[in-house]
Design a protein around this ligand. Structure first.
Ligand SMILES: [Zn+2]
Ligand SMILES: [Zn+2]
Length: 474
């Protein structure tokens, strides 16, 4: 549901060539034969096959590598999420990253942008027609039905963290593979669940240290009250059809609710005077929404009522909500809502449910722009330094012995000069250096050096673990 913008992450790689080979290998598999199923694959053959020139492989357009120095951000976001949602009884679930195309056409909705324009579809050799998941919810609902979770104690609370795929125009500056954390509460209609999700995302953002976000809520009613409202809305917009943007004129037929959140200035002005769904809710929907707001008040969670918030997906009913940055109101960090009809639509028994998803790359971009430091792992407190070939060989053995005893050790076994090794030890912040020279290795001794004072002591290698532990306690 959340899609990161270009500006939030590293530069998008430009790779019109070479990349075609890479993508064909991944998504299309058999590029040449699958031209129809996968229009991206096989458009260009790798240059090497044509000319024998060396190909420079690059990451596929719209995707990126997560290098080691970025991993701590991902670990932090998923770590905080797992810790918090587990405490609230959410269970982890992993579903395949690809599914039957129909699951999403039916679930996410055939009239949505996601399904019409952004699906990564492919046909397999066996004739299956799959899509790389453009969101989590239909997969989770499929799993709920398939594994008979209806017979589990309700509601079933599930969470997932993983990659999502949208085949977006690269010039829109969005990513084609990105990550989300996703929470679902299936099997209970109570408004308390809608609020629980809003509260959990709030807690996650707060724990991460994110400042300046707001929560926008709305109710889009159920299929009963919404169909009356839709008629009114279509009436209103038909009269002003000529003032609408091109997209909205199309949407008017397929998905009139989306006209309310069009970003075009002229459409926004029209939306200001449009009938608001909240005035046309049936009694049950009205009461449900009232209880959502009262519970938010009870929990002191501030929110904004946004009558234009409709969300882009077909399956939402009643509560919808979004988390946005205050100083960049277009940057959506998380979004979700209730989907009381989806389980039935996908072949299950009528079952109420509510879910939320958040874009991890967007959260990371906020962590960076707000200069929020990620708590670092405690650095190793012992650094192993060697001298000479025998010292180096013994070091490798000793390293494993120390690690086995639960001591965290760093080394630069590839370096040979003692000066550069001690420099690395200093930089690592280690408290103690263990120096294993040629002489010490032959005599089964080792030098323990206090990095701060420079005081050294030679001990027998059998006593090194106890010697180190004693000094670390000081
Ligand atoms: Zn209703
Ligand atoms: Zn528009």
């Amino acid at each position: 549901m959340s899609r990161p913008k270009k500006k939030t992450m590293t530069r998008l790689p430009r790779s019109p060539r070479g990349k075609a080979g890479g993508k064909a290998g991944k998504a299309g598999g058999k590029a040449g034969r699958q031209r129809r199923a996968s229009p991206q694959a096989g458009r260009q053959r790798p240059a090497s096959r044509q000319t024998g020139r060396k190909v420079k492989f690059q990451v596929p357009k719209g995707t990126f590598d997560i290098l080691p120095n970025e991993q701590n951000y991902y670990e932090r976001v998923s770590g905080v999420t797992k810790q918090l949602v587990s405490a609230y009884g959410f269970l982890p679930i992993n579903t395949p990253i690809f599914e039957d195309v129909q699951l999403f056409e039916k679930g996410t909705g055939a009239t949505t942008d996601v399904i019409q324009k952004e699906m990564y579809t492919f046909k397999t050799k066996g004739g299956d027609y799959f899509v790389l998941r453009p969101e989590f919810t239909p997969s989770i609902v499929r799993a709920y039905i398939e594994h008979g979770m209806k017979s589990w104690p309700q509601p079933v609370k599930l969470y997932s963290i993983g990659p999502i795929f949208r085949h977006e125009k690269p010039q829109a500056g969005r990513f084609r593979q990105f990550h989300q954390f996703n929470l679902e509460i299936i099997g209970e209609a109570s408004p308390i669940n809608d609020v629980l999700l809003i509260q959990l995302v709030t807690l996650i953002f707060k724990k991460l240290g994110i400042k300046g976000f707001n929560i926008q809520v709305n109710s889009i009613g159920c299929s009963d009250c919404r169909s009356d409202y839709k008629k009114l809305l279509i009436d209103y917009y038909r009269k002003q059809r000529r003032k609408l943007c091109r997209h909205c004129r199309e949407r008017l037929k397929l998905n009139p609710l989306r006209l309310l959140d069009c970003k075009e200035e002229k459409c926004r002005q029209l939306a200001n005077n449009a009938p608001q769904v909240i005035d046309y809710l049936c009694e049950e929907c009205h009461n449900h929404f009232k209880e959502v707001l009262e519970t938010l008040d009870e929990l002191d969670i501030p929110y904004l009522l946004n009558p234009y918030l409709v969300r882009g997906l077909d399956y939402y009913t009643r509560t919808v909500f979004e988390f946005r940055l205050e100083d960049d109101s277009l940057l959506e960090l998380a979004g979700g809502g209730r989907y009381d009809r989806l389980i039935e639509l996908l072949g299950g028994k009528p079952t109420p449910a509510v879910g939320v998803a958040a874009g991890i790359e967007r959260i990371i971009s906020v962590l960076k722009s707000q200069d929020i430091k990620i708590p670092r792992e405690v650095p190793p407190r012992i650094f192993l330094v060697h001298l000479g070939e025998l010292g180096r060989k013994r070091s490798l053995k000793l390293f494993e012995e120390l690690r086995n005893k639960g001591l965290k050790v760093a080394e630069t076994l590839s370096k040979t000069s003692i000066k550069s090794q001690l420099k690395a030890a200093d930089k690592s912040g280690a408290k103690i250096a263990l120096i294993l020279g040629q002489k010490e290795a032959l005599e089964n001794n080792i030098i323990i050096r206090d990095m701060k004072s420079g005081v050294q002591e030679t001990v027998s290698i059998e006593r090194v673990v106890s010697g180190v532990k004693k000094r670390l306690k000081k």
